[in-house]
Write a protein that binds this ligand. Structure first.
Ligand code: MG
Length: 204
């Protein structure tokens, strides 16, 4: 299978006295998110989406909440583990799409910064990362941040496959040469290829 998809979800309650960590950034906000780690709800959802894409369990199976080692941990650690699992399974990220659900802070003005940071952490281009947000209308969850994330991953070709792919390209070139020769001999159509761009003899 060349592509797989993963889904991740997480929620954390707002709490005063802690910094707000979101997408690997520390945001200026009166409250942060409660959690055993840094409470980065966005990175947790993306981590679970990546782990889910390769059926490698979830964030809790690798980092149990009660483990003192992960108290206040930077959630980029969890994301790195998911990326390793992805790589070990022979897949790479095609794209990630996340939706935050929270009343504040407003995400639209900082979405580009968040996308750049998450893309950096995932080692992909910013165009492969989408982050958007909604307010929790009608949910009665104004003091909670939630995040849904999906990740599409694509299988990385094995070296032998790359070799056979280049062999196909070479055989296509040979076929085109034969067609050109035939056209040239039957209809007098000039060959498309033949003359090199430069004569290597001229290079001094
Ligand atoms: Mg979490």
């Amino acid at each position: 299978m060349d592509t797989r998809i993963g889904f991740g979800y997480d929620s954390h309650e707002f709490k005063s006295g802690v910094p707000l960590r979101l997408g690997g950034l520390t945001l200026d906000h009166p409250e942060g998110l409660a959690g055993h780690s840094d409470g980065d709800v966005l990175l947790h959802a993306v981590t679970d989406a990546l782990l889910g894409a390769v059926a490698a369990g979830d964030i809790g199976s690798f980092f149990p909440p009660g483990d003192p080692r992960w108290k206040g941990a930077d959630s980029a650690i969890f994301l790195n583990l998911a990326m390793e699992e992805l790589q070990n399974a022979g897949y790479r990220i095609a794209n990630v799409d996340a939706t935050l659900i929270l009343k504040a802070p407003k995400i639209a003005p900082i979405a580009a910064e968040l996308r750049a940071r998450v893309a950096d952490l995932l080692n992909v281009e910013i165009g492969q990362v989408s982050i958007k947000a909604k307010t929790p209308e009608g949910l009665g969850l104004d003091h909670v941040a939630q995040c849904h994330a999906v990740a599409l991953v694509a299988r990385v070709p094995e070296p032998e496959e790359l070799k056979s792919m280049s062999a196909v390209i070479e055989s296509q070139r040979q076929l085109e040469d034969v067609v050109d020769d035939l056209l040239s001999s039957v209809h007098g159509v000039p060959k498309k290829r033949g003359a090199p761009v430069y004569d290597t003899e001229d290079i001094t």
